[in-house]
Structures are given as structure tokens and as C-alpha cells.
Design a protein around this ligand. Structure first.
Ligand SMILES: *[C@@H]1O[C@H](CO)[C@@H](O)[C@H](O)[C@H]1NC(C)=O
Ligand SMILES: *[C@@H]1O[C@H](CO)[C@@H](O)[C@H](O)[C@H]1NC(C)=O
Ligand SMILES: *[C@@H]1O[C@H](CO)[C@@H](O)[C@H](O)[C@H]1NC(C)=O
Ligand SMILES: [Zn+2]
Length: 436
């Protein structure tokens, strides 16, 4: 009898350590979630949603799937708190991933292979951001097993299409009456890994602008020297923009600002030619020339000042230039305030969050602006405080890279961190006039 029991036990341990069938642990559930093929351009949303619904319902959480755009579901998981009058907490993550070039990976990107020596779990989405999607649920599982009861209701949202701008996902969800009814007082969304020992936390995104400048000029023979050609007019702007770029980059190089704290402006295309059947007419100076730039503005930047600079210096009509700016988000909320979440005493949630992380022995790095953008901007725009946070320390930053991985122990530590964060946030009684 005893030997039989030992045999069964050792087989079970063997199965656990090898991640075989029947294995049901936080790590194996993470691997299961990672195996869904959610990469663009054809993310499969139905399979991961079924999985998440099953997980959530098995824990006694309620779920609701809403489609604002056909085939692009938003999943909402809810843990009811005892005081429905208090504003709720929202934890967000996205379902989709960027594509992966399988032949450049050492393990297939949707295999969620876990190395036997270091415990590295390789998968597209392991850092960005399926880790937090599973950690939210696993931490609630642990809190429930300890009979923890939230005061504030907690919602977890899983949204589609973040990696392609979120227009059919969070943008529509945040603008919906469903979202307003959630009465969100504080939200969290993805952050980024840190190779160092501190947890990174993000209080704002930069806002992208797509700038196209166009020059018009007199066409002419390729052999002729004359003023005011389109190419010449454009090159004057290219030089001015380069100087501005240098002035911003100098702050970063001098250590006065982080990359994400300055206005970045990077050339992304140049277009000018007189076409011929084989390519370019080589003895013609073209009458039109165009350049495209990717601009990123931190929340403190003055959008009006930037527009003035573009109109007067970068694409002045006096030099026969025109321009278009496509703003991919706002820099100011409905009250004209920069869209960012305070990380000081003026935001009571900040102290709750910080203490919760520190209670697990963790330390927070200096709060940062994210260099790129996430779905967080749609929520912050509504005036709701939101922190970007993915608890991954001692981890190389591999989002969108080949061989994206997360170490098993880092993933498990993240569950512990969220247990502390979720229990603190959902127990926070708040201040009477909530600052949002
Ligand atoms: C999504 O994945 C599931 C499970 O792998 C599969 O059954 C289903 O056909 C897929 N759906 C689409 C639209 O590819
Ligand atoms: C602008 O275009 C006009 C009309 O073609 C031309 O006379 C003028 O020289 C141009 N100016 C510049 C700076 O290119
Ligand atoms: C808190 O930070 C915000 C900017 O994020 C600033 O405007 C405000 O003055 C600060 N308040 C306090 C009390 O330090
Ligand atoms: Zn992401």
C-alpha cells in the first residue's frame, strides 16, 4: 500500500515537473494561455476567451463577453466587493500579440516551452502581456483560498487589438456605456520588464503624431542650378528637423531626461522623383517632395507650441510647403490637464499601490513615462488614474523581440505581488472626494 502510494506520488511529481497532461498549476495554466495563437494579422480570440471564462467561472467569478466589433470580443471578469458604492478597480490586459518569425526562435513561439535548467518559458506574449492576464486570475485564486473578501468590486478586462492601436478594442470599450457603468476609480494596465532589481511603473504614455511635410517647387533640368526647387525646399526642413531632434536627444545624452521624457522626431520616409518606366528620370529635378516623421510627445509637451513650430519652421507656406499632422491620441483631458497619473500625495491610490508592492519585499523604480503607447491612454483620457505595471524584475526586455521569454520564478513572484496589490486596492476605503 505504502509503495503504491509512493509510486503514485512520484508519478504525479514527474508529471508536474514535465508539464504533461493532467498537470494543473499556475505555470501550466500560464503555458496553456500562451499556446493560443493570438498573433496578428489573424489573432484567434475565441479560444483564449473560452479558456479565461472557464478559469474565472471555476473560481466563482462572473464573466461577460461584449463585442463592439464583430469577432473582436472584450471579456470582463468581475469579483464583487461588499461595498458597491465605492468606485471600482479595473485591471486590464490585451489578448493579442505581435507576430513572431518562428524560424528565428530557438523554441516555437506558441509552444510555451519551459527549459529544464533555467525555467525559462519561451512564447510570444510571455512578457507582452499574457503574464499579467494570468497573474490577475491566479492572485485572485490565492486570495479566495484564504477567504479574502474585497470591499471594492474588482473588474478584469481582456481586450483585443491593442497591438494594432486598440481602435476596435479598448477605444470602443472605454467610450461605451458599459464602461461608464463600471464606475472605475483606479485602473492598472501593462508595464515592462526590468533587467535590474526594481519594479518599473508607468504613469503616462507618449502621444504619437504622424507628420507629413510636402514641398512644391519649380521643376527643372537636372543640369540647371536654380533656387526654390521642391527638393531644396524640403531639404531645408529636413535639416531644421534634424537640429530639433539633436537638441532633444542632447538632453537624453547628458542624462537630464529619459528617452520618453523628450519629444522624439524620427524620419520614416522620403519620397520624391519624376517617375520613368524603369524607375527615375535622372535628368529632371522633381516638382514635389515629401517626408514622413514619427513624433512622440510626452504629456507635459505643449501641443500648440509644437504645431506653431511645424507651421512656421518645418513646413512654412512661404517656402511653398504644406503639411498634415495625424494625432493618434490626446495630450490634454477634458479639463485641459496633461494626461498623466500623479505619483505623489495628490493621488491616494499611489501610496496604496506603493505600500502593497513594498510589502512583498519589492522596490519600485522611479515612475516613468512609457516611450510608446498602450491602451492605457484611452482610460487616462477619461480622467481615471492608471498605473502601468508588469511585475518582471531581473528580466531582459523582450517585448516584440525574437525569443521572448519569462522565467517561471519571476512569473510566480508576480502572482504574489498582485495578491498584495489587489488585496490592498480592493480594501482601500478611499477619501470622500476621490481625486481623479
Ligand atoms: C481558434 O482556436 C480554436 C482552438 O485551437 C479552434 O478550434 C478554432 O477553430 C480557432 N478559430 C479560428 C477562427 O481560427
Ligand atoms: C513658391 O512658389 C511660387 C510660385 O510657383 C514661386 O514664385 C516662388 O519662388 C516659390 N518660393 C519658394 C521659396 O520656393
Ligand atoms: C503631484 O504631481 C503633480 C504632477 O504629476 C503636480 O502637478 C502636483 O503639484 C504634485 N502635488 C504634490 C502635492 O506634490
Ligand atoms: Zn502589450
Amino acid at each position: 500500500m505504502a509503495t503504491q502510494f509512493l509510486l503514485v506520488l512520484s508519478v504525479m511529481l514527474l508529471i508536474q515537473s514535465h508539464g504533461g497532461k493532467g498537470d494543473d498549476t499556475p505555470i501550466s495554466r500560464f503555458q496553456q494561455y500562451l499556446r493560443f495563437k493570438t498573433a496578428h494579422p489573424n489573432p484567434n480570440y475565441s479560444a483564449p476567451i473560452s479558456f479565461l471564462v472557464e478559469q474565472a467561472e471555476s473560481m466563482g467569478l462572473t464573466t461577460r463577453t461584449i463585442e463592439y466589433v464583430r469577432g473582436k470580443p472584450v471579456l470582463l471578469v468581475t469579483w464583487l466587493g461588499s461595498n458597491p458604492k465605492l468606485p471600482f478597480i479595473l485591471l486590464n490586459s490585451h489578448l493579442d500579440s505581435v507576430p513572431a518569425e518562428a524560424d528565428k526562435w530557438i523554441h516555437p513561439p506558441f509552444s510555451a516551452h519551459r527549459t529544464s535548467d533555467a525555467g525559462l518559458i519561451y512564447a510570444r506574449g510571455s512578457q507582452d502581456d499574457k503574464c499579467i492576464g494570468v497573474q490577475y486570475l491566479e492572485s485572485i485564486r490565492n486570495l479566495k483560498s484564504r477567504a479574502f473578501l474585497p470591499l471594492r468590486t474588482l473588474h478584469i478586462s481582456y481586450v483585443p487589438d491593442e497591438e494594432i492601436g486598440g481602435f476596435d478594442g479598448m477605444a470602443k470599450f472605454a467610450a461605451s456605456s458599459d464602461f461608464r457603468e463600471l464606475n472605475v476609480g483606479f485602473a492598472m494596465d501593462e508595464g515592462q520588464a526590468n533587467p535590474g532589481d526594481d519594479f518599473r511603473v508607468f504613469f503616462a504614455d507618449r502621444t504619437p503624431w504622424e507628420l507629413v511635410i510636402r514641398a512644391h517647387g519649380i521643376p527643372g533640368h537636372g543640369a540647371k542650378l536654380y533656387d526654390n526647387g521642391a527638393m531644396e525646399n524640403l531639404m531645408k526642413s529636413v535639416e531644421l528637423i534634424s537640429k530639433f531632434r539633436d537638441s532633444q536627444f542632447d538632453f537624453v545624452k547628458a542624462g537630464k531626461a529619459a528617452n520618453s521624457e523628450v519629444i522624439s522626431v524620427n524620419p520614416v520616409y522620403l519620397k520624391a522623383r519624376t517617375p520613368s518606366n524603369t524607375g527615375f528620370v535622372m535628368n529632371m529635378q522633381p516638382s514635389e517632395a515629401e517626408a514622413g516623421y514619427d513624433l512622440r510627445l510626452p504629456p507635459m509637451a505643449d501641443p500648440d507650441l509644437m504645431k506653431k513650430r511645424i507651421a512656421q519652421e518645418w513646413a512654412p507656406s512661404i517656402r511653398n510647403m504644406t503639411y498634415t499632422i495625424k494625432e493618434k491620441g490626446k495630450l490634454r483631458d477634458h479639463l485641459g490637464r496633461p494626461i498623466m497619473t500623479a505619483t505623489n500625495g495628490s493621488n491616494p491610490w499611489w501610496a496604496v499601490f506603493k505600500q502593497a508592492v513594498e510589502a512583498t519585499g519589492g522596490k519600485l523604480a522611479k515612475p516613468e513615462i512609457l516611450a510608446s503607447t498602450t491602451d492605457a491612454r484611452y482610460i487616462r483620457t477619461l480622467g481615471i488614474p492608471l498605473l502601468g505595471f508588469s511585475p518582471m524584475i531581473n528580466t531582459p526586455i523582450l517585448l516584440h523581440d525574437h525569443n521572448e521569454f519569462l522565467k517561471d520564478t519571476v512569473f510566480l513572484k508576480g502572482i504574489e505581488v498582485y495578491e498584495s496589490v489587489i488585496s490592498s486596492l480592493s480594501s482601500f476605503e478611499g477619501v470622500s472626494a476621490q481625486m481623479i
